[in-house]
Design a protein. Sequence first.
Length: 89
Amino acid sequence: MKLTKKLLERLEDILKACGYRVRYERGTFSGGFCVLKKERIVVLNKIFTIEGRINLLLDLLPQLELDETMLEEDDRQLLQKIRTQAQAA
């Protein structure tokens, strides 16, 4: 998987389609992201590079309970690929 701005946008779109808001803020959060589950907000550290942001989302997505019925087929397939890779790691 190429770590491009387009991939970052797709990952953000997956979260948004499942009811999460994605925000970029400065902070000293551990690992570079913070999830506020009650409010369904994902906060990423804005000082990270695009590659760093993508890697954080790739680590985060398998941990979240996402309603895949809200996703388009290509996004659903991408999410399944991410989850499969996370289980293999």
